[in-house]
Design a protein around this ligand. Structure first.
Ligand code: FAD
Length: 458
């Protein structure tokens, strides 16, 4: 009987356990369900929808090369899948385990609602190791990254990646929605021009990106903090949508070691760590882990704070490094990691706006927006999280900009400042500042004192 493969954040053919297991049992029907309906579903943001569109188009075209189709359906995942299984006479539904709370619910719902005789079979493959399986000596989950990392390293490398399986054709294909009808791409206004220029989407593109990065991975440790240099892999959206598996990434470095590669692989483990945090605390991205932060005198969204928030979103804070980052984010759906930290810290500490507001903006604008990674990193920067910086450690954005040599990056993203020399560009004085660039919306010292004051009150 046909086997359904239910795809979500695993849009690839190679090293895809669900495809593999399904293909071993019969003809495969791959389906993607656009689910904005399952309870508590954090629906995808705009930039993610843009990526999803192109990723699905790419996967459909790859399947087409095997005379295959990708079935598209819309609705509450469990209901849609039960109906599809009945319609096609499927023997089982295969899927990779997902860990977002709404997907765990949907998986449970599917399991409970499938008629007798149809199996729901889950496989691993979203992470290096299944979340929840790296445990402390006493069998509990890790909360802090470094011991988690050490324990994880003992269990790595992950196994060998799987090749694309032979796929047998089903006798007939069920109906499918048309991708265009899902309107995942922006129309009015269409902000996607610069995104098209910035990215190649899909499984093939992910591997090209990996190969290109592998060539200079030895310099990763030295360059990853320098926003002006393309020193990191830019694999995050490919990994988020599962166009490439973390196991494939890991195994690409099996024969290359050294400081750069080690440091890169350590970052990759952060992705697993974030998923482990989400498994322990499913609503981690919704609330400060250290609960007393709910009572911090965050500035609310009205009046001046609303204008400050808008300036942050649009990259008009008067802090060149922050503005460069926020504009890079808006234009390309991605921001350099060092600058993410600076921009996030600026919102939380300098503007004293609740980190959750920033988390939501990133959720909407990042092509790699990931419930676990975004939440974990925001709470880390805020100092509200399970493993976090201290709130009172307030980053000085202008010093960071100099320290990490961001002049070239600022010139690229804040063209008003492009004419300024290196010594000036990080922090132009009122005399040096061009007319079309805004003054600082808040002074560093004033902001610092306001944040520390709010913390003391707490
Ligand atoms: P590389 O440096 O090449 O790292 C390789 C891979 O490791 C990345 O693709 C990513 O999958 C993983 N990784 C690296 N750093 C981290 C990290 N700190 N946490 C989790 N995974 C990591 N990353 C996301 O994937 N999605 C998010 O929504 C996200 N939100 C963030 C929000 C804030 C406020 C901050 C400070 C960081 C956030 N990150 C997020 C982490 C990090 O910034 C990105 O993963 C990284 O910049 C992606 O670029 P890259 O692929 O070139 O990374």
């Amino acid at each position: 009987s046909p086997q359904i493969v239910w795809l979500r954040r695993d849009l690839r053919l190679a090293d895809q356990e669900a495809f593999h297991a399904a293909a071993a049992r019969g003809p495969v029907i791959p389906v993607y369900v656009l689910d904005d309906e399952s309870p508590k579903h954090r629906t995808m943001g705009g930039a993610s929808r843009w990526w999803l569109h192109h990723s699905l188009a790419s996967l459909a075209s790859d399947l087409h090369k095997h005379s295959y189709r990708l079935i598209l359906r819309r609705g509450r995942a469990a209901e849609v899948l039960v109906a599809l299984a009945r319609e096609t006479g499927a023997g089982s539904i295969h899927a990779l385990r997902h860990y977002e709370p709404w997907w765990r619910n949907a998986e449970r719902e599917l399991k409970e609602s499938l008629p007798d005789g149809i199996k729901f079979i889950r496989h691993d493959g979203l992470y290096l190791l299944p979340p929840g399986t790296v445990t402390t000596g006493s069998g509990g989950p890790y909360k802090i990254f470094t011991p988690f990392y050490r324990a994880m390293r003992e269990r790595l490398p992950p196994g060998e990646p799987l090749a694309v399986p032979e796929l047998a054709l089903p006798e007939s294909w069920p109906e499918s929605d048309k991708l265009e009808d899902w309107n995942l791409l922006p129309t009015k206004p269409d902000w996607s021009g610069s995104m098209n220029a910035a990215w190649q989407v899909g499984e093939g593109a992910a591997h090209e990106q990996l190969d290109a990065f592998a060539e200079h991975a030895s310099k990763y440790e030295a360059e990853r903090n320098l926003p002006a240099i393309d020193g990191s892999s830019r694999l995050s959206p490919h990994l988020h949508f599962g166009e490439i598996s973390p196991r494939q990434v890991w195994s690409a470095f099996a024969d290359r070691r050294g400081k750069g590669v080690e440091s890169f692989l350590r970052e990759l483990v952060w992705r697993d760590y974030a998923a482990n945090v989400m498994l322990q605390f499913p609503d981690y991205p919704e609330h400060s882990y250290k609960v007393n932060f709910a009572n911090l005198a965050w500035r609310d969204h009205q009046g001046e704070a609303a204008a400050d928030l808008e300036a942050w979103k649009r990259g008009r804070t008067g802090y060149p490094i922050v503005d460069a980052g926020m504009r890079q984010l808006w234009a390309t759906g991605w921001m350099h990691n060092r600058v993410r930290m600076i921009a996030a810290s600026f919102l939380i500490k300098h503007l004293l706006i609740d980190w959750r507001v920033g988390e939501r903006w990133f959720w909407d604008t990042l092509v790699d927006a990931d419930y676990a990674s975004n939440g974990t990193n925001w709470q880390w920067v805020a100092g509200t999280g399970v493993d976090a910086n201290m709130f009172v450690r307030i980053m000085a954005p202008l010093l960071q900009s100099e320290k990490f040599d961001a002049a070239g990056y600022i010139r690229q993203w804040v063209p008003e400042l492009a004419g300024l020399p290196d010594e000036v560009i990080h922090d132009p004085s009122d005399m040096e500042r061009p007319d079309d660039y805004p003054p600082k919306i808040v002074e560093h010292r004033t902001a610092r004192e306001r944040a520390l004051g709010a913390f003391r009150e707490l």
